[in-house]
Write a protein that binds this ligand. Structure first.
Ligand code: C2E
Ligand code: CA
Ligand code: CA
Length: 680
């Protein structure tokens, strides 16, 4: 039995609800079955009650009819015996009997079977009753012996004729009928019950149980999913927060970025929480050098360290953002001078990066922001202008923004735009400055120096336009233009027999780092028709020269292999590594004017002597720059310096003027003309 139940349970468990969306149909069926059961039960109750009521009515009537018949018989006997004065009582009893019979015949309360049995056209009782009434009527109307005879017939009719028996039988007939009706109703009731129960059971087993299981598993699934959703909601919140942080922060320094800075200023201006606050833009002066010499890893670490140092300079309600490159912005409620002092002091000490001391310098552009400030962009742009000015002034200084600076910046930018046209129109021209051999005063060579013959501003020196060209990325084009023009002139002087030229060309760091440098340089040289040993390339000491695979080193090697001499310019101002110096295929050093001018000062002299000794050791030619006085020339000559260049021997000159100078001076022993130097 238990096994059967288990099996049934398994079977039921396998039943699946095919169309859960049509479950409502089954609910309707189940409700209909219940309602049907209730209505059916009610109707059957009523039918049962009605049939019971009819039966009792019928029994009552048949009993009454029997009593009336008895009364008729008694009245007839009384009348015949003579106890009754007249037949009126008998007639009345007959009328009662017939009325009753009549009302029974017309009564709708009687069960149909009984009605049929009593009053149907061929119902024996019907005929019996009619005969009985007729006989009673004869008794009432007859006289004499006929009366007695009629009475005898009447009594016979009542007793042995079967009326009494019929009426008595009728009661049991009705009782039987009642029992049959009850039985039938019970049957219907059972049938109704079973049908409803079957429908409900089928619905429960085949529909509602699977539906319940489905609902339960769906509920569990939903609950599981809700839990997952809650968890993923939390993750989503976390991710959103991270995303929001990422959007507003720089990934390297984890400092607020430009976007956050803009929002900070906008909000502060909107809620008026910014009152004459200092806005500082801090830029690292030597960041590029750190990146180039030590590598991007050190550069990145330095930015992170500087970011932390700047954060430690400000209060909690102040703001520091990283703007990209080497620039940071600080907004502080403290006076600008105070915060600048603190920032400079915190950046003054070298940073320890990966176990190395990395010194850094910073420039600052600053201004005051307050309720009068319009929008977040202008003060940042103004601070950038002031920062550029501080950097241009040599760095490690702070400049406050002024409208003059802005005008300067504007000029700077327009200069950059004009430079593009200037290069196309040949407005940049080469000037030549003689270089003299100190031993015999003969012309050694000439350095080419660029000048811009500006259509409206007049003649501009490199100091005025090179920074703009550098920042506009125009140095390569500028160098190419100057070399081409210079070498064309030089070739002409050679062809005209004026001078066998030796031309020094300046090469900017950007130009020598260009992968196409060598082919461009050699092409220009080839087009000029001069020999490789007639040109010298001057490289700034500050040009970064990396390992052997560095583009600059490759280009220097290429020049040397092509027979072009390379000299290190401005020697003594940069940080050229002496060991690296020995490895490079250099031909000479140009002693910077800052070392030459103080001569014969003792301190300067000892440096010059050390440089000359080093150069001799490495087999390098030394050219002293900025020689203006005869004492300087003599001093340098005495110390073994081979070549001098300076206003004392000749200023930079335009090509036609230099040609005249050449015609007047080539082959002569040149001496210092101090007046020439003083006219500077
Ligand atoms: P530099 O290569 O060191 O050139 C020497 C600078 O010193 C020149 O300034 C020259 O006029 C100046 N100078 C020469 N002798 C004396 C002197 O006795 N006293 C004084 N006070 N100054 C003297 P300049 O022509 O203004 O050039 C400045 C710098 O611009 C140059 O310095 C060079 O680095 C750069 N430069 C000039 N032309 C070019 C060019 O065509 N290409 C590149 N890449 N750089 C250039
Ligand atoms: Ca030079
Ligand atoms: Ca120089």
């Amino acid at each position: 039995m238990i096994a059967v139940l288990r099996q049934a349970r398994r079977v039921l468990a396998r039943i699946e609800l095919r169309n859960p969306e049509r479950l409502w149909v089954h609910y309707c069926v189940a409700i209909s079955a219940l309602v049907g059961l209730m209505v059916g039960s009610h109707l059957l109750d009523r039918a049962e009650a009605k049939s019971g009521h009819q039966a009792s009515e019928a029994i009552e009537m048949s009993t009454l009819q029997l009593l009336h018949a008895q009364t008729v018989v008694e009245m007839a006997s009384e009348f015949v015996v003579g106890n009754a004065a007249d037949s009126r009582q008998l007639t009345k009893a007959i009328v009662h009997f017939q009325d009753l019979q009549h009302s029974i015949a017309n009564s709708g309360d009687l069960p149909a079977t009984v009605q049929q049995r009593l009053f149907g056209g061929d119902a024996p009782l019907y005929h019996e009753l009619r005969r009985f009434a007729a006989l009673a009527g004869q008794v009432a109307q007859a006289t004499g012996p006929q009366q007695t005879e009629a009475l005898t017939h009447l009594q016979d009719q009542f007793v042995s004729g079967g009326l009494q028996q019929e009426l008595t039988l009728l009661s049991s007939l009705i009782s039987n009928q009642l029992a049959i009706d009850s039985q039938r109703i019970l049957g219907r009731r059972l049938a109704l019950f079973f049908v409803s129960a079957a429908v409900l059971l089928a619905e429960v087993l085949l529909i509602f149980l699977p539906a319940h299981r489905l609902a339960r598993s769906t509920f569990r699934k939903v609950r599981r999913q809700a839990t997952i959703l809650r968890k993923s909601d939390a993750k989503l919140d976390e991710m959103n927060a991270k995303l929001a942080h990422m959007v507003g922060h720089d990934p390297l320094t984890d400092l607020p970025n430009r976007k956050s800075l803009t929002e900070f200023i906008t909000n502060a201006l909107a809620d008026k929480s910014i009152h004459e606050s200092a806005l500082l833009m801090v830029g690292l002066d030597d960041f590029k050098t750190v990146n180039d010499t030590l590598g991007a890893d050190y550069g990145d670490a330095l930015l992170v360290a500087v970011g932390r140092a700047l954060q430690s300079c400000i209060d909690e309600e102040d703001f520091v953002a990283y703007m990209g490159n080497d620039e940071f912005v600080l907004i502080s409620a403290e006076p600008a001078k105070v915060i600048i002092g603190r920032v400079m002091a915190s950046l003054d000490q070298p940073f320890m990066i990966k176990g190395r001391r990395v010194p850094t310098k910073a420039s600052i552009g600053y201004l005051t922001v307050g309720p009068q400030t319009c929008g977040p962009l202008q003060p940042v742009a103004d601070a950038a202008v002031a920062l550029q000015s501080a950097k241009a002034a040599g760095g490690k200084t702070a400049h406050m923004f002024t409208t003059d600076l802005q005008t300067e910046q504007y000029c700077f930018q327009s200069l950059q735009i004009e430079l593009i046209d200037a290069l196309k129109n040949g407005e940049i021209e080469p000037w030549f400055q003689p270089q003299v051999r100190l031993s015999d005063g003969r012309l050694h060579g000439a350095e080419v120096l660029a000048r811009w013959r500006h259509p409206t501003r007049g003649l501009l020196s490199p100091f005025h336009f090179l920074p703009a060209a550098e920042r506009a990325g125009l140095m390569i084009d500028l160098d190419h233009a100057v070399w081409s023009a210079a070498l064309r002139y030089a070739r002409a002087w050679q062809d005209e027999g004026i001078w066998k030229p030796c031309i020094s060309l300046n090469v900017a760091p950007d130009t020598i780092a260009d992968p196409h440098f060598l082919e461009q340089f050699l092409l220009i040289l080839q087009r000029s028709g001069l020999e490789a040993d007639q040109v010298i390339v001057e490289l700034l000491e500050t040009t970064f020269i990396g390992g052997d695979d560095d583009m600059v080193a490759i280009n220097i090697d290429g020049l040397a292999e092509s027979g072009v001499a390379v000299e290190l310019d401005d020697f003594g101002t940069g940080f050229a590594s002496l060991s690296r110096l020995a490895q490079l295929p250099l031909s000479g050093l140009k002693l910077d004017r800052s070392l030459v001018s103080p001569l014969p000062d003792h301190g300067a002299d000892s440096i010059v002597r050390a440089v000359l000794a080093l150069a001799a050791e490495l087999g390098l030619l030394v050219i002293a720059e900025g020689v203006e006085e005869a004492t300087q020339a003599k001093h340098l000559n005495d110390r073994g310096c081979a070549v001098a260049q300076g206003y004392g021997f000749g200023r930079p000159m335009p090509a036609d003027e230099f040609q005249n100078w050449l015609q007047a001076n080539v082959g002569k022993a040149l001496i210092i003309n101090q007046d020439l130097a003083k006219s500077a």
